[in-house]
Write a protein that binds this ligand. Sequence first.
Ligand SMILES: [Zn+2]
Ligand SMILES: [Zn+2]
Length: 342
Amino acid sequence: MAKKMRAVQVPKAKGPLELVEREIPEPKPGWVRVKVEACGICHSDTLVKDGLWPGIQYPRIPGHEVIGVIDAVGPDVPDWKSGQRVGVGWHASNCGHCDPCRRGDFFACQVELLTTGISFDGGYAEYMVAPAKALASVPDNLNSVEDAPLMCAGITTFNALRNSGARAGDLVGVLGIGGLGHLGVQFAAKMGFNTVAIARGKDKEPLAKKLGAQHYIDSQSSDPAAELNKLGGAKVVIATVTNADAMAAVLGGLGPNGTLIVIGAAGPVSVDPVLLITGQRSLKGWYSGTSIDSQDTLKFSASNGVQSMNEIYPLERATEAYDRMMSGKARFRVVLQIGAKR
Ligand SMILES: [Zn+2]
Ligand SMILES: [Zn+2]
């Protein structure tokens, strides 16, 4: 008889999170089984919970901010062994042979774009199976529980910043100091950018400075575009907020050829075309990245001391943990501790 594991699943679209016993899955060819040690709760898990992603098959176990240990290796997996520490993030697989894949645009794969916790069961469980392509090696000095959020919030900010075109010394803004932004400020500062944190109110200034920001703009008491221009205009601003007006308000603070990179999902952003034309400014989005980008994120974080600030819950309190994430009040990421010690 197959052994059982505890897992938290969404039984149907708009259903609750329910703690259940499930059979421990077996890895098929090209896949491995991971004994999960921790899994972060991400705002994107609402896509599963609320049935917002077309084609999800329920019941589904969410979770794409996973760190654990390989526990079984399926056939045809030459590069990974049982006992290796691995992370599993959002981007789990792509075909490698369609036109976008052949151009290196793996996020746009048209044939086999697999997303962890959406296309297959994710990390709100004691065990999960994942494609070997999804795995990122975890450095020894990272802690599974404390560092699980690097697998989504981390890679998303790190990879957007390092692909932004900004160079060391450039003025780079991080809009929003929350789950994504508190990591974005650390990455931007450690990458050598002249980092400016932008958030509502004065209260986040000390933390932003502690995380490495050279400047802080209170977008409530001042016009953030004007303040950015006083600093010379930003080469890049990464928008981590879920407020479209807050995004629109910084556009005019971009310098010539500056870019606002959207990584937080908001409603429609209204943009003055004159701002775009006269300054050759642009507005673009960034998809998180692949498993090697996650691995780079983990390595960079380990060597530069970038750390997520978390609230930790055990697996059986997943509902409370999820509600806490949804409240927007968590400081800053919410993580399910499943196997590992802190
Ligand atoms: Zn995520
Ligand atoms: Zn493809």
